[in-house]
Design a protein around this ligand. Structure first.
Ligand code: ADP
Length: 261
């Protein structure tokens, strides 16, 4: 008379499925949680260095600031630089969180890519104070992307090219039957082969001592990867130490791009 569960085959099956689904869900939550925890740990670690510098200078200024002018100048400069660094880091953290929590990053549009590259390059050349050459060989392909996300993507690669090299930077636009290729090449320090597989991992830096000077966060390329995924863009990289690096963005052409000119 007393009904115990499972009382027949289908109940047992359902219970097993439910338990399986529950376990999967918990596992997904745990991975998500671990990821989040790792992110918070890394982010806090990154913020700790500038914070330590700021607080030690603040304490020094409290004690000797009124009597030692040299220390006053040094302290103010250090505090101001480290504050800028913290601002940059928090912006990077926010950007990373934002791009990892959206699907496409916004509305997709057909855009003439060379025009967009030109406008980004025009602005960055002024900031970087160096040449960025664009070679499109008369091509004018259109790509289907979320324009602000694509612009951010370009800026990350150009910014890295600027940080890790000192000569001109080249941007080439190429086209095959199925894809538009955008190559960003610099002639700088390059990336060792054994590191190439890791550079898109968040917070990864090839050489902390070498790259700390450039003030990076180790998040740029993981943001780029996420933006590229969101826009269905592939990234490939080739590099040689002391010769330079080329990042290639591969943007699939839509089967039906009737809207494009
Ligand atoms: P970061 O903020 O440190 O530049 P990224 O995620 O943008 O972080 O890049 C990860 C690492 O990859 C960098 O720290 C640097 O070591 C290496 N890297 C990225 N782009 C280049 C480049 N164009 N030339 C040389 N090394 C690069």
């Amino acid at each position: 008379r007393y009904k115990t569960l499972p009382d027949n085959k289908s109940d047992a099956y359902e219970l097993k499925m439910l338990t399986g689904a529950y376990n999967d869900m918990m596992l997904t939550l745990k991975v998500h949680d671990d990821n989040q925890q790792a992110f918070i740990m890394n982010a806090s670690h990154e913020l700790k260095t500038p914070l330590t510098v700021i607080s030690s200078y603040a304490r020094m200024l409290e004690r000797f600031g009124k009597t030692r002018e040299d220390l006053l100048d040094e302290g103010i400069t250090a505090i101001s630089e480290e504050t800028t660094r913290m601002k940059y880091l928090t912006e990077q953290f926010l950007s990373f969180t934002k791009v990892t929590h959206s699907d496409t990053g916004g509305e997709m549009e057909y855009i003439p890519v060379v025009k967009l590259i030109e406008s980004v390059v025009y602005r960055l050349e002024k900031v970087f104070k160096r040449n960025i050459n664009i070679d499109a060989s008369g091509r004018n392909p259109h790509i289907y992307v979320h324009p602000p996300a694509f612009e951010q993507l370009l800026r990350i690669f150009l910014d890295n090219a600027h940080k890790y090299s000192s000569d001109d930077i080249d941007v080439a636009v190429d086209e095959t039957a199925h894809a538009v290729l955008i190559k960003i090449t610099d002639y700088g320090i390059g990336i060792p082969e054994e590191d190439l597989g890791d550079i898109f991992t968040r917070f990864y830096r090839v050489d902390k001592a070498r790259t700390r000077k450039t003030g990076g966060s180790g998040l740029g390329l993981s943001i780029a990867k996420q933006l590229a995924d969101n826009n269905d863009i592939k990234i490939s990289v080739s590099s040689k130490v002391d010769e330079g690096t080329t990042f290639t963005l591969i943007i699939k052409k839509e089967a039906d791009n009737g809207e494009a000119e």
